[in-house]
Structures are given as structure tokens and as C-alpha cells.
Design a protein around this ligand. Structure first.
Ligand SMILES: Cc1ncc(COP(=O)(O)O)c(C=O)c1O
Length: 386
């Protein structure tokens, strides 16, 4: 009999539910701990920190290990998942694990703003040089790789402007020169883009968004191949990164329903984006599943779906008019982050140093799980008042 590989929905339901961690409960419980007690000094001194072994709160408890294991199982070829206290700290912790003074780093120009800030301030202070590249560079990234290039950061789609990158081409060029690739895969998650299968070495999620799914916690994850996992996990501990057991448990609860939530975010966002496309005051709709979005053909080639976040251009609007458009919305919250069950709207201003943004005058929407007709009515009222 050939062994069946479980589907993604099954993995989300079963991941991390080892009997030794959950006993007779369905779900591994919240195990809060700083101190772990040993039977003797010899026992305490015996062994090294590792996931799955009680040692000190920093190394986690069954609650954390269950979340790590469930996430690792979503990526083929993954050796493990390190947990961090936020999406941003997963990115910065991973970079600190990989880079040394004198190294060069290539970063997509569409990168999440605080990642750019970390590169331009703290990494710069430690003698690491960042070069930004055009998100659509593809295989031509090879021309930017020097003897000193140690890592390439990808984010697909990019923050605010949503460009889809040619991840396999960039990773192939990197692998040729033994350069490590790191992707911020928060938008797609492994469900819509299994990053390690596309050639990426380390994939990062701001689990704050779709994994948690309820806008009530901060958490980051770095899932890596065997070549890099131990180094990243060790660095996370050396830096003292810890995640509360309550947050790990909530994230694990969120993960169980991520597939159904993402399906609905996808459907609702496509309905709203399609409607926006028909509106006279709307220019480009930067949604990876629509032809307006740079790299749309790569999305069609590589992705299994689209989530709830996209941007659109409010043509001819100045900053005050964009702000007024958002202020008038009733159903869309105004605030940072995304990936929760609720809809959000924000005027955004892309930062570019190495390329041109596809559009300005952008408003970013996160489409939640409300009825899309209600969201459309709210948007229509704000257009009508313009
Ligand atoms: C693409 C992307 N990556 C990373 C992060 C950081 O996640 P966190 O808020 O958990 O630090 C965000 C947050 O908005 C994001 O949009």
C-alpha cells in the first residue's frame, strides 16, 4: 500500500498534537513556566537546550513545541521553526543569526518598512551593507551578488505595492553563489505559497497576522532547512527571545482554522477588489490576482491563492483627500497590522530607493470576514461623499 501524504487541512488540524504533550486532551494545554525543576544537579547539568525537552522557560514548554512542530510540518524540507516575540523580531533575529561585520545584504525595495529601518540603522552600525534591489529583478539578481553578499531578503507580494517576485529565479541565482535566501511570507502563508519548495532557505511569518487571525497577539516564526535551523534557534535563545505560553497557545488555536479563514479572506477580497476596479476614481488595483499588479503572471504561476490584503490607487487625490476617504469609512478600522478577522483601511506611502513604485496615492485595505456587500456599501458611501 502506498502511504498517503496528508493534505494541508489535515496538517493544520493534526500538527503538534503529540500524545505526550496533550495527554487525553484534544489540544496541548497552556504550560506557563520560567523555572523547570530537575531531580538532581546531575540531571540539570546533563543535556543541551533543545526543543521538546524541558530545561528553562526560554526553551519553551509543550505549548511552544506544538506550535513549532505544526508550522514546520507545513513546509516540505523544513527542519524546524523558531518562535519570536513578533514578526519583526523574527526578521531581525534571523538576520543577526546569519550576518557578520563586512557582509553585504540584498533586500527587495518593496520590503516592510521596519525591516528597512533595521537594515539602515542597526545592521549599518554593525558594518553590514544593505543594497536594495527592484522587486521584479528576477534572475538578474545575479549581477548584484558580490564576494561579500551573504543573504538576500525577499517579500512577495511586497508591502503596500504588492509586487510579486520571481522567487524560484532569485533563489536559484543565490544558491549558485552560496548566498542564503530569506522570505517574509506573511501574506501568502505556506498555504498559498510553500516557500521552501520554491527554493527559499528560511521563511518568516508575522504570525501576528493570519496564523493568530484575531488581532490579539504579536508573534513571529522562522522556519528553516537543516542547514540553517539550528543556527537560527540558537541565536534566538542567545538573544533571549521568548514567547508567552498564552500567546503560543492562541496562535496554535488560530492555526487550526487558518485554511477556512484564508479561503474566506480570499473570496471577500476578490469581490471588493473586482468592484473597486469598476469605480471611476480608482486607478490601479494592486491585488496579486488581478492583471494590474506587477508580477501578476508570477502569482498565477507560483501561488495557490490570494489573501485579504491589497492596495488601490485613489486617482487625483491629495494626502488630505485620501485621509478623508478613510476617515469616512464606518466598517474599516484605522490601525496598523492586518490578518485579523476584521477589515482595515490605511493611506500608505511607498518608500523606494532603488526602483519606482507602481503607483502612489495608495490606500491599503485588509478585507476581513464581514459580508463583502456591506464593505462595498461602506466604500461606495465614501466615494459618493468625495
Ligand atoms: C509584511 C509584514 N511583515 C512583518 C510584519 C511585522 O509583524 P509584527 O507586527 O508581528 O512585528 C508586518 C506587520 O505589519 C508586515 O506587514
Amino acid at each position: 500500500m502506498t502511504e498517503r501524504k496528508p493534505g494541508i487541512g489535515t496538517k493544520l488540524v493534526e500538527g503538534g498534537r503529540r500524545k505526550e504533550w496533550r495527554g487525553r486532551l484534544v489540544t496541548p494545554p497552556v504550560e506557563r513556566a520560567s523555572t523547570i525543576l530537575f531531580d538532581s544537579v546531575a540531571d540539570l547539568e546533563n543535556g543541551t537546550p533543545r526543543l521538546g525537552e524541558y530545561r528553562y522557560g526560554l526553551q519553551g514548554t509543550a505549548t511552544h513545541w506544538a506550535l513549532s512542530e505544526a508550522l514546520t510540518q507545513l513546509e516540505q524540507g523544513a527542519a524546524g521553526t523558531a518562535l519570536f516575540s513578533s514578526g519583526l523580531s523574527a526578521i531581525t533575529g534571523t538576520l543577526l543569526a546569519l550576518l557578520s561585520p563586512g557582509d553585504e545584504l540584498l533586500v527587495t525595495d518593496s520590503v516592510y518598512g521596519p525591516t528597512r529601518r533595521f537594515c539602515d540603522t542597526i545592521l549599518k552600525r554593525f558594518g553590514i551593507v544593505t543594497t536594495y534591489y527592484a522587486p521584479l529583478i528576477g534572475a538578474d539578481i545575479a549581477d548584484l551578488i558580490t564576494e561579500r553578499t551573504r543573504a538576500i531578503i525577499l517579500e512577495s507580494p511586497g508591502s503596500h505595492t504588492m509586487e510579486i517576485q520571481d522567487v524560484p529565479a532569485i533563489c536559484a541565482a543565490a544558491a549558485d553563489r552560496d548566498v542564503v535566501t530569506v522570505i517574509d511570507n506573511t501574506w501568502a502563508t505556506p498555504l498559498f505559497f510553500p516557500a521552501l519548495s520554491a527554493g527559499v532557505d528560511i521563511t518568516i511569518l508575522a504570525a501576528t497576522k493570519y496564523v493568530a487571525g484575531h488581532a490579539d497577539l504579536l508573534l513571529g516564526t522562522a522556519t528553516a532547512t537543516a542547514k540553517y535551523f539550528t543556527r537560527i534557534q540558537r541565536t534566538a535563545w542567545d538573544l533571549g527571545h521568548a514567547v508567552s505560553a498564552d500567546d503560543a497557545w492562541l496562535a496554535l488555536r488560530g492555526l487550526r482554522t487558518m485554511a477556512v479563514r484564508l479561503k474566506q479572506h480570499q473570496e471577500n477580497a476578490l469581490t471588493v477588489a473586482g468592484w473597486l476596479k469598476q469605480q471611476p476614481r480608482v486607478g490601479q488595483v494592486l491585488h496579486p490576482a488581478l492583471a494590474d499588479c506587477p508580477g501578476h503572471e508570477l502569482w498565477s504561476r507560483d501561488f495557490k491563492g490570494s489573501s485579504g490584503l491589497f492596495s488601490f490607487e485613489l486617482t487625483g487625490a491629495n494626502d488630505a483627500e485620501r485621509a478623508a476617504f478613510v476617515d469616512r469609512l464606518d466598517m474599516f478600522g484605522i490601525g496598523y497590522s492586518w490578518g485579523g478577522y476584521e477589515s482595515l483601511a490605511l493611506p500608505v506611502n511607498p518608500i523606494r530607493t532603488a526602483s519606482t513604485a507602481p503607483a502612489d496615492n495608495l490606500i491599503r485595505l485588509h478585507i476581513g470576514l464581514e459580508d463583502p456587500d456591506d464593505l462595498i456599501a461602506d466604500l461606495a458611501a465614501s466615494f459618493a461623499a468625495m
